[in-house]
Design a protein around this ligand. Structure first.
Ligand SMILES: *[C@@H]1O[C@H](CO)[C@@H](O)[C@H](O)[C@H]1NC(C)=O
Ligand SMILES: *[C@@H]1O[C@H](CO)[C@@H](O)[C@H](O)[C@H]1NC(C)=O
Ligand SMILES: *[C@@H]1O[C@H](CO)[C@@H](O)[C@H](O)[C@H]1NC(C)=O
Length: 509
């Protein structure tokens, strides 16, 4: 993917998915690390995302289609260290942009960034003061999120008790959280001691003692971040360059950037690559690009229909599609393996059974590995059914192949004899013995032929049955011929005896 494309567009408060982007995701079988960035416009988000993509350009600052299109932009880049996973960078455009403002769809974009990502980067400028925390509006976005989206299909009307429950249910869907502070000018210190960025963040999220609405709000915002993002990290970036060059951040050469800025950017990128987990869903199942594509379709369709998206339902809908695909692939795997055996047909039934069982086990295993929430075994039952039907056909085909081969073999072996029968080779006295000789040779040759398959005996039996009439007629003929011969011999003997008698009589006279 050469450059980012729009994934979800937010037009006049209506979200739409970009089919081209979804198609792209659907073709992605790799595990995915999804890194989303949120934050107010013009805070330099694109620079960081381009840096993560190891590219100077891509995500754009100002004046381009991208900055005019509200929504979520996507860029798929290779993982620098792990070939089995891809990084999906998501940039959100137009959040908190008054001109394009539409708070409801802002909330959706924010909610989707959280739901789709495995690492969420929040980019802000200046310091983590109360203003910055409030701009993140965790109260609004996160608590709204828990109202916008349900975790469980079954959870009823939300009561105060439920909210706490669903809040903790939400956490399992939440990404790691990275707060990036840009143009940071303060010293990192607390009570005169040097601290690191993470300690700075934690300190900023500390609750205040006291009473009153202001403190209660202050506490709630921080509680919200602390509860929903238990895994947190912070980076503080100094100004990248002198003020005059600031406008041109994207065009600056690395050497024009301050050393501190560059090294922070490098540390940041390394951290994201090394620590961003692959995206998982309930039960720790890793998502592929294709599964993410399904999820996005479901989320956006539900949001647009005005219904409350339910994470569990969305995952179930995705699981259905995924399981269907998993079962089809597993079945193809079985078929492919069995085709190797099929090429050798006819084979022994034990050979066929063994291979069938082995392939069935492998295919079922592959399905199990990939299937999601197939707890009622619906899809594994379909797979088993398909394999059974296919196997039954294979066993039949193997029998047919054996039958065909054995018949052809017998035809070939008996050709000379058949010819002999027609030509009357066996229609001589003693012909039957000759016939039997030839017959025995045929049988011996038939038995010596290897790989006749499961029908060898049955076909032979049938053949012998068919030949039994021929055999007995040759025997009968032989007996007749032989009797005839004996008769003629007897006649001859008689004649010669009579001649002898006559001669003897003549002698006496
Ligand atoms: C969006 O709203 C603007 C102004 O209200 C209107 O001019 C434009 O046609 C709308 N676009 C769509 C696609 O509805
Ligand atoms: C509470 O906050 C408001 C506005 O942020 C401020 O005007 C007010 O003085 C604060 N009240 C207290 C008691 O700090
Ligand atoms: C804010 O949190 C602190 C620490 O948990 C607590 O002592 C204080 O009472 C809280 N104040 C309000 C108004 O919630």
């Amino acid at each position: 993917m050469d450059s980012p494309i729009c994934l979800i567009e937010n037009l006049n408060g209506t979200l739409s998915v970009n089919e081209q982007a979804i198609d792209y995701l659907m073709g992605l079988e790799q595990k995915i690390v999804v890194v989303a960035i949120v934050g107010l416009y013009r805070t330099g988000k694109s620079y960081l995302m381009n840096k993560l993509a190891r590219s100077k350009t891509g995500f754009a600052l100002g004046g381009t289609i991208q900055s005019k299109t509200k929504g979520i932009w996507m860029w798929r880049v290779d993982h620098p260290a792990k070939a089995d996973r891809a990084i999906i960078l998501l940039d959100t455009e137009g959040l908190g942009d008054v001109e394009k403002g539409d708070s409801k769809s802002d909330a959706w974009i924010f909610a989707l960034s959280i739901l789709l990502s495995s690492t969420l980067i929040y980019n802000s400028r200046g310091t983590i003061d109360n203003d910055a925390v409030e701009k993140l509006q965790p109260n609004r976005y996160v608590t709204e999120l828990t109202e916008l989206i349900k975790v469980k299909a079954s959870s009823g009307a939300s009561s105060a008790d439920d909210e706490e429950g669903s809040g903790s249910q939400f956490v399992q869907f939440f990404p790691n959280f990275v707060w990036v502070v840009r143009d940071f000018t303060l010293q990192l210190e607390l009570n005169g001691k040097d601290i690191d960025a993470d300690q700075y963040l934690e300190n900023s999220l500390k609750l205040k003692k006291g009473f009153g609405k202001n403190i209660s709000d202050y506490n709630m915002t921080r509680d919200c971040i602390r509860n929903f993002f238990p895994t947190r990290k912070c980076f503080v970036f100094p100004f990248p360059a002198t003020v005059e060059k600031m406008q041109l951040l994207d065009t600056l050469e690395d050497k024009q950037l301050s050393k501190k800025f560059s090294s922070t950017a490098d540390t940041f990128c390394r951290f994201i690559y090394e620590n961003s987990p692959v995206k998982t869903i309930l039960g720790g199942k890793t998502l592929t690009g294709r599964m993410l594509g399904h999820l996005i379709n479901t989320y956006v369709a539900t949001i647009n229909s005005g219904n409350v998206p339910c994470l569990e339902n969305a995952i179930l809908a995705m699981a259905e599609l995924e399981n269907q695909a998993a079962l089809e692939d597993a079945f193809v795997m079985y078929k492919k393996e069995m085709e190797v055996v099929k090429a050798l047909f006819p084979v022994d039934s034990s050979h066929l059974s063994e291979n069938h069982l082995k392939s069935q086990t492998r295919s079922t295993h592959a399905f199990m590995e990939r299937s999601l929430k197939d707890t009622d075994g619906k899809y594994s039952a379909i797979l088993a059914g398909k394999i059974k039907e296919y196997a039954n056909n294979l066993f039949e085909e193997n029998q047919d192949a054996s039958e065909k081969k054995c018949k052809a073999l017998l035809d070939k072996l008996s050709a000379t004899m058949d010819h002999g029968v027609k030509e009357g080779t066996y229609s001589t006295p003693g012909g039957y013995e000759l016939y039997c000789d030839h017959h025995d040779t045929l049988m011996a040759r038939y038995r010596a032929e290897p790989n006749k398959g499961v029908k060898a005996e049955e076909v032979l039996e049938q053949f012998l049955k068919e030949k039994s009439a021929e055999s007995s007629s040759i025997l009968q003929a032989d007996i007749k011929l032989t009797e005839n011969e004996k008769h003629i011999q007897a006649e001859k003997n008689k004649t010669s005896q009579m001649a002898q008698e006559k001669a003897a009589l003549d002698e006496r006279h």
